[in-house]
Design a protein around this ligand. Structure first.
Ligand SMILES: C[S@@+](CC[C@H](N)C(=O)[O-])C[C@H]1O[C@@H](n2cnc3c(N)ncnc32)[C@H](O)[C@@H]1O
Length: 288
């Protein structure tokens, strides 16, 4: 990690990264340990009781996710996978595994962490859903080639150490003609540049050795957190044989910049939001 932090500016993200860095065995272990300590539950990162236990807690996560994300609420049709084999890659609490299963998909959820697997299993049990939840690294999946019709991955692949290894695996486990959707962090975003420059210049991190890239450690979740442009994401997908069909840019509910009117907030989110979503596809006949 570049530079030094001072107590005043330490955030939960940088504290966790520093702590994990001291004990992790290797690179992917750093990624894993970060998420073991701070599992994704859409609750305040520093909140007490942020781990869901009851059906009501899990329903709360689902409500929170959908109320925060206009894309998931209005543009993604969970019901179109009825009877299809869907992989929820990096399932965390299992919120999306459960939504897909409720709509009739045959779902497998994988996550690198025990924390994620435990939550996802409790979630499916609490909702009485039949979902296969397995602890597995997306970079080395144990599934046979062509196992899935669809791969769904929300907020995961920018966190893994070797993103292209995971994408190669996504390509391998998809059936010919299979499709998928992933959300990663968007580089051409207000968060990356405006927040980055705020931390570098106004908080003075430039003077303790941080760059626009490394200063993200102060306010971005995960041990690793890559921000990608549309063209970089398309290139990475292409390099493993996946075709990008459509991109969307969006951001969650909180205003992108303080005090701006709603119309400007929406316009900025649609163009410079933090979430970059791509729909992709594996060719039906790769020799063609
Ligand atoms: C930001 S959370 C998103 C969780 C879930 N998709 C959601 O939106 O609630 C990122 C998740 O990806 C998992 N993850 C990170 N790298 C992974 C990998 N290489 N293989 C499997 N899961 C991974 C983490 O354990 C964590 O649960």
């Amino acid at each position: 990690m570049k530079g030094r932090t001072n107590g005043q500016d330490d955030t939960v993200f940088i504290r966790t990264k520093t702590d994990v860095g001291k004990v992790a065995q290797d690179t992917q272990d750093s990624n894993r340990m970060w998420w073991e300590r701070l599992p994704m539950t859409y609750a305040d990162w520093e909140g007490q009781n942020r781990i869901p236990k009851t059906e009501l807690d899990f329903k709360g996560i689902e409500d929170e996710v959908f109320s925060q994300s206009p894309f998931l609420r209005t543009k993604f049709d969970f019901s179109r996978f009825k009877g299809q084999r869907v992989l929820d890659l990096g399932c965390g609490s299992g919120v999306f595994s459960c939504c897909l299963a409720k709509h009739g998909a045959v779902v497998t959820g994988i996550d690198l962490t025990e924390a994620g697997i435990n939550m996802a299993k409790s979630n499916t049990r609490a909702q009485g859903l039949n979902v296969s939840i397995i602890r597995m690294d997306a970079e080395k999946m144990a599934f046979a080639d062509a196992s899935f019709d669809y791969v769904f991955s929300w907020g995961v692949l920018h966190h893994t150490k070797h993103m292209n290894d995971a994408l190669t695996e996504v390509h391998r486990v998809l059936k010919p003609g299979g499709r998928g959707l992933m959300m990663v962090y968007h580089k051409n975003s207000v968060v990356y540049y405006v927040h980055g420059l705020f931390w570098l210049l106004l908080k003075g991190k430039l003077f303790s050795g941080y760059s626009l890239k490394s200063v993200q450690d102060f306010y971005t979740d995960g041990y690793y957190h890559r921000y990608l442009s549309k063209s970089e994401l398309a290139m990475r997908l292409k390099s493993v044989g996946l075709k990008s069909n459509r991109f969307f840019v969006t951001q969650y509910r909180k205003k992108i910049l303080p005090l701006i009117p709603n119309w400007l907030d929406q316009a900025l989110k649609n163009r410079f939001g933090m979430c970059l979503i791509v729909e992709f596809e594996k060719a039906a006949d790769e020799s063609a």
